[in-house]
Design a binder for this molecule. Structure first.
Ligand SMILES: C[S@@+](CC[C@H](N)C(=O)[O-])C[C@H]1O[C@@H](n2cnc3c(N)ncnc32)[C@H](O)[C@@H]1O
Length: 373
């Protein structure tokens, strides 16, 4: 049993069962014992999972084209801020700052929203060569950018969710309680009327016996991203589905990741495992529209990266590989080949390529890459 499980059991024996959202928030972000707060790198080759920016700098290089198009859509202002929420180890920020060029690079400032001190310290070390970088611990505390983009890769699926279930025709909230010295799910009448409202609002028709996640936090997160820019665009990249698809999945979509792989035993080893839930795109689209964003997508990451120039980059690397191999430059040839492999992984429809990209546009026309096929 982890120390955090012990802490949670004590809290439940004092206060009774807790909403799953409170459990998930504690399991991931407890100040000392949470999965993300404990200090160890979680993403990247030394972590429990690899995200697109950690796989290859090409991901950031390609997104620079998307940010540049958004800057052009804003009329090439003298200042343009990319606000990245949940930047992890900072690989994406480093890639964007290293590959921006020309007048766009002169206009670019970068703001990282990172609430965990240990991660912020690592990001500060990595980005120390750059001057136009700043941090805040939450979106609410971030300065509002006159022109800019908000970017969040695999963050929405980490926001705490409530759990509900239809039983005997009634909507129940699935909370976390204790039995025989361990954590367990306990269905209770919902204490929060927002849960039923969320299902109504998103047309989420939960069949008898089905369990589903309710992402109230994703809605407020979306509204906060809209408020962080006066004009520009927000981009969310995540695994997700529409509400009607989610309602057909009897057991919901919760998955946990740890050094021993992926499983659905999300109550076990609290603090030692990541916990994710599929994003409900219908709900995020609704929250963004309410906040004044024109919502587009989601489109598969494979298509969006294609529109951002991935195949041109692949072609360049193919030529580099060919000439390096012909000239006997072994290391260069191997590096080009392995980068082509990474590009393939970014667009693999069975993996990272299946991530969805949702855009929210504010005060400008949608940048071309969002709509081109
Ligand atoms: C799966 S990691 C992804 C990290 C990074 N974006 C990447 O692609 O490598 C999710 C990150 O989101 C952060 N996060 C979750 N909720 C957040 C919030 N409300 N504000 C800022 N960061 C958040 C977590 O701390 C974690 O570092």
């Amino acid at each position: 049993m982890t120390t955090l499980e012990q802490t949670l059991l004590e809290r439940i024996s004092r206060n009774g069962p807790m909403p799953f959202a409170a459990f998930m928030s504690t399991a991931l972000y407890h100040p000392r014992l949470g999965y993300y707060s404990a200090g160890r790198p979680r993403s990247g080759r030394r972590g429990d999972f690899v995200t697109s920016p950690e796989l290859d700098p090409a991901f950031a290089e390609l997104w620079v084209n998307g940010f540049r198009q958004t800057w052009e859509g804003c009329g090439r202002p003298a200042r343009f801020c990319v606000v990245e929420v949940g930047p992890g180890e900072g690989a994406f920020a480093a890639g964007v700052l290293a590959s921006a060029t020309g007048a766009f690079a002169d206009a670019l400032t970068y703001h990282l929203v990172e609430r965990l001190a240990a991660l912020q310290a690592r990001q500060r070390r990595l980005l120390s060569p750059h001057e136009n970088v700043s941090w805040s611990p939450s979106l609410r505390e971030a300065p509002v950018a006159e022109s800019g983009c908000v970017f969040a890769n695999e963050v929405l699926d980490n926001l705490p969710v409530h759990l509900v279930e239809r039983r005997g025709g009634r909507l129940m909230e699935v909370c976390v309680g204790a039995v025989d010295g361990g954590l367990t799910f306990v269905p209770l009448p919902p204490a929060n009327p927002e849960l039923a409202r969320y299902l109504d609002r998103t047309g989420f028709d939960l069949p008898e016996g089905h369990r589903a996640e309710v992402g109230l936090a994703a809605g407020s997160f979306t509204r906060q991203t809209a408020a962080a820019i006066e004009r520009g665009a927000t981009f969310f990249i995540d695994y997700g589905a529409e509400a009607d698809d989610l309602s057909r999945r009897a057991a919901g979509t919760l998955v946990s990741y740890s050094s021993s792989g992926a499983d659905d035993r999300v109550l076990e080893r609290a603090g030692a495992k990541d916990i994710t839930a599929h994003v409900n795109w219908t709900a995020v689209r609704g929250a963004g529209a309410d906040a004044g964003l024109t919502m587009l997508g989601p489109r598969p990451q494979s298509e969006v990266l294609g529109a951002l120039g991935l195949w041109d980059l692949d072609d360049r690397l193919r030529r580099v590989h060919g000439s390096a191999a012909a000239e006997g430059k072994g290391a260069e040839a191997v590096s080009a080949l392995s980068r082509r492999g990474a590009l393939g992984a970014l667009v693999d429809r069975g993996g990272l390529g299946a991530l969805g990209v949702m855009a929210g546009v504010k005060g400008i026309a949608p940048p071309p890459f969002v709509t081109t096929r």
